[in-house]
Ligand binder design. Sequence first.
Ligand code: PEP
Length: 265
Amino acid sequence: MRKILIIGNWKMHLNASQASLLVHRLHERIRIYRDIEVVLAPPMLTLQPLSVQLDRRKFRLAAQNAYQKDEGAFTGEVSFTMLRDLVHYVIIGHSERRRLFHEDLDTVRDKVAAAVRNNITPILCVGETKHERDEGEAKQVLHDQLMTALSNLTAAEVKDAAIAYEPAWAISNGSDYIGHEIAKPDDVESAVTYIRAYITDVFGNTAGKQVRVLYGGSVVPDVVGGFLDIPGVDGFLVGGASLNYHTFSDIIGASQRWQRDKGEV
Ligand code: PEP
């Protein structure tokens, strides 16, 4: 059985003392779970102090981004090499990075390869925009994103990675979940099935079964069970709701109840 994986992406929110306070609150509310892995992806600046504060039995750390070269004259960047002893995961190819920072397919591929080269597990985000969805191109977009991003990886490396299906049209703008589209379990099921089928075709059965596939897009506690019911969904990449310790810990609590009710633990 694959563990449930829940990642909180804090995006560009919280300075060092605010981040420390949120971790303090999360420590109070979140237990040690044997079958749920909880990962925090705070801003780069706060990774170092939080790594000292975190109870590693409860949380792992992820970076939200890194640069694909190991070192050199790249002003303002932080490499995967610099992060390798600090984080377990790096989020790569988030739709905000693709859209706002013009990260193309090849850049995402190079970042995935740099993560693996530096012993960091990539959380590869894939998903279509609203326009691509309306044009009926969603599967083709997933295909192109997966094919390029994973092209330098072996089957064993793909098996250990995580892939987050995040339709860009369902991602909240922070803390406001009203006024934009919410993905329905049916939309997510067909995309997740496609992702696993692609991985199985290209990298074999073991990778297709073991790669972790997450859903991300306006996840709040009430929708957790509906998405976990989808075969092949292993957890969530949570944005806005991860900044509130009540909501984030309720997402974890709801996942744990779902596991218990299904007899998965
Ligand atoms: C995200 O940024 O990856 C995300 C899913 O955000 P939100 O949960 O706020 O939609």
